[in-house]
Design a binder for this molecule. Structure first.
Ligand SMILES: [Ca+2]
Ligand SMILES: [Ca+2]
Length: 512
């Protein structure tokens, strides 16, 4: 057995100490940056801290999937025999086929199926062209197949299958009316957040509380009935808190605004009416801040701050602030600002509407840096609070009523003619427009993210939620003059980023 000399022993001890200290400081550094995010997998922090790898990679299909047309140009069911062509034609889209062509090949070749049938008016530089081709009878199908096989410029073909938009939830008014869900790709994201194996469900510990600091919530609405938290005071149960009177209340919604916001975030997925963006295991704190002033319903810094404090004290995870005032750019509301900071420091993520106006003079004043909207301008100053602009329904670009400012507005979401729950029984659902409708979609995104992290025993900081939503957004560069980076909310993007950063949430083991 080798005898280790004393100097080597000392060297080894010093070496171990250095390594230990280095690891300790590395660990401390990571822990500090990740704040309250509790990690039990090194993979998560490595992936998360390495910003270059946390940006979403655009894997092309060609790299990812094998070529299913490798052995035959037309891909049909394996039991399709020539004798059953007629049956095939009737079964598969009535004889409509989709064909993939290499357009430059077809152009250079000058003959063959691809050259004759291809649409050669597309933009230059394309490597794929997709055409539809109809086959009427068995002999045409035989010719079609032999033409495909003989043509080098045909990549593949198959039945031209008809698709309809899918929805995870079956609430009938959602399917026909909630057209804000498609642009943010909510259904695609639900595959991750709500899948039966690893996703959120009501039996796990994923409960998320969203404070609706607004005009109240019509808590008897069938789509919100079980969503509004019962508040206990002196042995009595209440459905809300009134920050104006500092009293518990059973009052309903004053204007309909709060009910609309509440439904966008959390309306029940109960196969009836609509569903919210985050409909499962989400609960609403109903906090009214409006009172009837001389010029109609209004509120102020103190009342809103009272509402925020109530939300903090009642363990809200998220606060939605669809409120605004337009002021000169150097105008500050230190009370409300501090309340927002307090909430974020207490672990509450805050979504804030950027503000609305219909006046084009106001819009140009923003560009000239003459005005700003509060509390919107605090979103950009505070990690964990986000300010949200509204998108036009048909263009998917900034809505003309939405305030904007690339310095302070951090993200955009649908906000025009958005369909949600409403407060009176004759109009239980209604369409409203505004950044008031956009902010709840970011609140809903935050609720999805927080609920799945809670399920796996992570406690995300508000700043982490902001980073996840920001880093997963869809970038529309031309919009970066209106809001930061041209970032638009994407639930599908959020699901992909989270699946990548938190492998445990998709059932993947991580490195020790
Ligand atoms: Ca419903
Ligand atoms: Ca922010």
């Amino acid at each position: 057995m080798e005898k280790v000399s004393a100097p080597r022993n000392r060297f080894f001890a010093v070496f171990c100490l250095i390594i230990t200290l280095a690891l300790q400081s590395l660990y401390n550094g990571c822990a500090k940056k990740l704040s309250s995010l509790q990690l039990n997998c090194v993979t998560y922090e490595n992936t998360y801290l390495n910003r270059s790898s946390s940006s979403l990679s655009k894997t092309t299909l060609d790299q990812k999937s094998e070529n299913i047309f490798k052995y035959q140009k037309i891909h049909l069911p394996s039991n399709a025999a020539h004798s059953s062509y007629n049956q095939l034609l009737s079964n598969y889209e009535g004889g409509d086929f989709a064909v993939i062509l290499n357009p430059s090949c077809a152009k250079n070749k000058g003959h063959g199926f691809a050259h004759e049938k291809g649409n050669k008016n597309g933009p230059p530089g394309r490597t794929r062209e997709f055409i539809t081709y109809r086959v009427n009878d068995t002999s045409e199908l035989r010719t079609f197949i032999s033409d495909l096989e003989a043509d080098d410029c045909v990549i593949g073909a198959g039945p031209n299958v008809t698709y309809t938009l899918s929805s995870t939830f079956t609430d009938p008014l959602s399917l026909s009316n909630q057209d804000h869900l498609a642009p943010i790709m909510a259904n695609e994201g639900y595959e991750y957040f709500y899948n039966q194996t690893y996703g959120v469900n009501s039996s796990d510990d994923s409960k998320v509380v969203i404070a609706i600091i607004d005009s109240g919530i019509a808590y008897t609405h069938s789509d919100l009935a079980d969503k509004v938290i019962n508040l206990q005071s002196n042995g009595n149960s209440f459905k809300g808190y009134d920050a104006f009177t500092s009293n518990y209340t059973n009052n309903s919604d004053l204007t309909g605004h709060g009910t609309h916001v509440a439904g966008l975030i959390a309306a029940n997925a109960n196969a009836d009416g609509i569903h919210g963006l985050a409909p499962l295991d989400t609960y609403l704190l109903n906090i009214n801040v409006l009172f009837e002033g001389s010029n109609g319903p209004t509120t102020n810094s103190a009342i809103i701050s009272e509402g925020i404090q109530f939300a903090i004290d009642n363990n809200a995870d998220i606060i939605n602030l669809s409120l605004q005032t337009i002021r000169p750019p150097d105008f500050e509301d230190p009370v409300l600002r501090q309340s927002i900071v307090n909430a974020v420091n207490a672990g509450v993520f805050i979504s804030i509407s950027a503000g609305n106006t219909n006046e084009t003079t106001v819009q140009s004043s923003i560009v000239d840096n003459l005005i700003s909207a509060l509390p919107g301008k605090y979103g950009a100053e505070i990690d964990g609070a986000m300010t949200v602009a509204a998108l036009n329904k048909s263009t998917g670009l900034l809505a003309n009523f939405s305030l904007y400012d690339p310095e302070t507005v951090e993200i955009a979401a649908p906000g025009e003619q958005v369909y949600s729950t409403y407060f009176n029984s004759s109009t239980p659902y209604n369409r409203l427009s505004g950044t008031s409708q956009s902010a709840p979609l970011v609140s809903g995104a935050a609720a999805l993210a927080i609920s799945i992290l809670k399920k796996y025993n992570f406690n995300p900081t508000p700043a982490l939620i902001e980073e996840l939503i920001t880093n997963s957004s869809k970038v529309v560069s031309s919009e970066s003059i209106f809001y930061k980076n041209g970032n638009q909310l994407s639930i599908e993007g959020l699901s992909r980023l989270m699946a990548q950063l938190f492998p445990k949430t998709v059932g993947k083991a991580c490195l020790p």
